[in-house]
Design a protein. Structure first.
Length: 113
């Protein structure tokens, strides 16, 4: 899932620049009116993905304790229409999938295995 790879890459870049992972998905989005990238608008992903919906999926970002970890889930907006699989990733960069229609989690099957 390309959007999850983009989000993982953006989170790592954000962490490198600001010392923690973002507090919200919107923090990875386009530069605001200031014209300068910041911890609240790092300009690492497009505005559509930063809003949490793209390519028929809803993305939910959850910051971990002290913003030193994160989880992201991707679920179809309309199951069996915009997608069937549920996805999960975290700061490990491993993308996991659940094909049964249940929520994906850290226990789900890694993609490629």
């Amino acid at each position: 899932m390309g959007s999850l790879r983009s989000l993982n890459t953006a989170c790592i870049a954000y962490s490198t620049s600001y010392g923690t992972f973002p507090t919200a998905l919107t923090n990875l989005g386009p530069i605001g009116s200031s014209g300068t990238a910041s911890s609240t608008s790092a300009d690492l992903i497009d505005s559509v993905l930063a809003a949490g919906t793209k390519s028929g999926y809803t993305f939910v970002y959850t910051a971990g304790s002290s913003n030193q970890s994160y989880t992201i889930t991707a679920t179809p907006i309309t199951a069996a229409t915009t997608g069937q699989n549920m996805y999960y990733t975290d700061q490990s960069g491993v993308i996991r999938v659940d094909t049964s229609g249940s929520s994906a989690s850290s226990a789900s099957t890694p993609i490629g295995n």
